[in-house]
Design a protein around this ligand. Structure first.
Ligand SMILES: C[S@@+](CC[C@H](N)C(=O)[O-])C[C@H]1O[C@@H](n2cnc3c(N)ncnc32)[C@H](O)[C@@H]1O
Length: 302
């Protein structure tokens, strides 16, 4: 779903009450799953139907079968699937969503990575915010890295890659303009230092913060693109895998594992875990947060 849009409680195209669901929505659900890993259970099928309803209106498609043809038989079918994904993804996020994760990153992980990579010619830190929604997470990371630029990260280059499936979210992220709701957990110190006031009492991220981040659209289920995301020191994929089923989760986590450098760290959302999904990562506890560590070659714990 687009940020801020309200899902329809029901769609005229979906049967109400105990009547059977229009089977075309199950076919669309399976297609959406194949492309994106997002799986809408029976209880959540109404959200998919509502998204399809909005697209059908745009296309003046009268029936779910006609819309199915748009998704499968028209020359523009890939573009239509992309539009549908823009409608049904859920982009709930905010700046400074997890202070304990940021503390773990700044106090423990950065000093560790810097010490580890110190002998390398290029002093470059690469962080990936995978499923960045409208940009709040990567901007939070960028501002926190800037706070370390005179300390732990002195003379280091920081690159943050921020990717999402939803085109609209990526565009909103590039603009970097946020209102009270998105900023509700942001300390005043950061608001004053890294934002400028713009229209409608909103704040815009300063250009020097934006410079650290490269935003792009990326589908985490796109294996060929995922193979080219190597060399990450830290990966954040928070509150994204909750929309996937077990097998699409495992596949993406394996990609994250191979895309991380040895001794790199992987963060999930605060209510998520890798339990029964991956046993190659080592679980590391921090105050109020957990992370997953990719064992180093030196550690002998591979
Ligand atoms: C709830 S938001 C999480 C935002 C942020 N990571 C956070 O924790 O605040 C989930 C995001 O995952 C994205 N997403 C869902 N499926 C995806 C996929 N297959 N590839 C990339 N992003 C995806 C959605 O578009 C949405 O923006």
């Amino acid at each position: 779903m687009n940020a801020g849009a309200q899902p329809a409680k029901s769609s005229p195209a979906l049967s109400a009450g105990s009547e059977p669901v229009d089977p075309v929505y199950r076919q669309i659900r399976d297609l959406v799953y194949k492309v994106s890993g997002i799986y809408k259970t029976e209880e959540k099928l109404y959200l998919l139907a509502a998204g399809c309803g909005r697209r059908m209106k745009q296309l003046s498609a009268k029936t779910s079968r006609e819309y199915w043809d748009h998704l499968t038989a028209h020359p523009s079918r890939d573009g239509e699937m992309r539009q549908l994904l823009n409608e049904i993804t859920i982009g709930e996020t905010c700046l400074f969503r997890s202070q304990p994760q940021l503390d773990a990153l700044r106090k423990v992980i950065l000093p560790e990575i810097v010490a580890d990579k110190t002998k390398q010619v290029t002093r470059r830190l690469r962080i990936w915010s995978a499923g960045c929604s409208t940009g709040e997470e990567p901007y939070t990371l960028a501002m926190n890295m800037m706070e370390e630029s005179a300390g732990t990260l002195r003379n280091w280059t920081v690159e943050i890659l921020a990717t999402d499936l939803n085109d609209h979210s990526v565009e909103t992220a590039k603009a970097g303009i946020y209102g009270d709701y998105a900023l509700r957990s942001t300390p005043d110190y950061f608001k004053r230092k890294y934002f400028v006031p713009v229209e409608d009492k909103k704040l815009q991220v300063r250009p020097e913060v934006k410079k650290l981040i490269n935003f792009s659209r990326l589908n985490l289920q796109d294996d060929s693109r995922m193979l080219f995301m190597k060399g990450m020191d830290v990966i954040f994929c928070c509150n994204v895998l909750i929309y996937f089923d077990g097998s699409s989760k495992s596949k993406v986590i394996n990609h994250f594992y191979s895309n991380l450098n040895f001794s790199g760290y992987f963060f999930l959302g605060t209510s998520e875990s890798l339990l029964n999904l991956n046993d190659k990562f080592h679980l590391v506890h921090f105050p109020g947060a957990i992370a997953y560590w990719k064992p180093s070659l030196k550690s002998g714990k591979l």
